[in-house]
Design a protein around this ligand. Sequence first.
Ligand SMILES: *Cc1c(COP(=O)(O)O)cnc(C)c1O
Length: 412
Amino acid sequence: MSEHGVEGRPEPASTVGRLPGATGGFSTRAIHAGQQPDPLTGAVAPPIYQTSTYKQDGVGGLRSGYEYSRSANPTRAALEECLAALEGGGRGFAFASGLAAQDAVLRSLLRPGDHVVVPSDAYGGTFRQFARVAGPWGLDHTVADLSDVDAVRRAVRPGRTRMVWVETPTNPLLGIADIAALGEVAHRAGALLVVDNTFASPYLQQPLALGADIVTHSTTKFCGGHSDVVGGAVVTAARVDVLGYGDAAEQVAFCQNAIGAVAGPFDAWLVLRGLRTLAVRMERHCDNAEQVVAHLSRHGQVAAVHYPGLGDHPGHEVARRQMRRYGAMVAFQPLGGKRRAVDLCGAVRTWTLAESLGGVESLIEHPGLMTHASVAGTALQVPDDLVRLSVGIEDAEDLIADLDQALERTAS
Ligand SMILES: *Cc1c(COP(=O)(O)O)cnc(C)c1O
């Protein structure tokens, strides 16, 4: 079929899902899925539909189904279609933040009294959401080491566990969970497998193809990729009809609108812009991370380096099977304990001391005092001499030289 319709007219917008661009390889989908040139003007970049409402042609006469921007907005719809295409899912949903996306998953698919297995090495905000928001709402959870499939099997409560929540690689210790194996454990118990794919991004890891039912993202991180937007996403498998709650996509769609924590048009546009370069950014992120890891592993002032690409990492074999490459997140423990770790974070020049991750610029932080301060004293507490790196896409030699001078200056 030609690019234009049989009579030489442009394809109507509703056929975009069948255009080759929406179904090709990863980068082709990232650049074209949901992003056909604007039918009215030919604008190549998707327009930012900064509008709350839409003119109706007579009562109920909606144009292309748009009624009110909490329910649907064309810029957000473009992002949602692209996200679904990149994760190989049935439907995508864009939210105001990663935590808003997670909240929508919990409240759309679970009910008070249900039980969830959560990772012992999760994003601090995720654990806080389970413990202090979902808990008082009536959700019960058990913390388990998800790198240990038997531990998850033991944590599952037959008849009550409705969800196994997976993060892999984990934050901040870069633990690896076997998505396919955990999917079997969850499904045998009648539970859904949800994977927070934030650290890997859809480019490095495809949880739905490995058996997960739902993928979540903080698009604030690698998907957006430029540290200029906060956002979240949910992608559901092509069809999930489990647990007596009906079609998961329908339930999430209902909660997205009924709770209302949607991505605004400009935020959706920024994430979509980020997704177009995700593949090339991730390749460069991984190149740089591998060089930083190789250097730190040889460094006499470094006691331990945590990176799933290292042959002696306990999750290396699983990561090799389920990831394209090993990502841009690195954690390490310098000699000299907590004091040295904290001082290092303040001694860098090219790296930026900041929370968050996944942007083009390299970030350094102390999880114990920063991102994971909220889990101090819980099962999720992290070593106090741990330093976390989000390796950006600058020149690797500059990143390495800066770490060297910081290690040098903080030597006791
Ligand atoms: C940042 C992050 C979240 C939370 O996302 P927000 O966009 O900050 O709400 C969830 N999971 C992981 C792994 C994260 O890194």
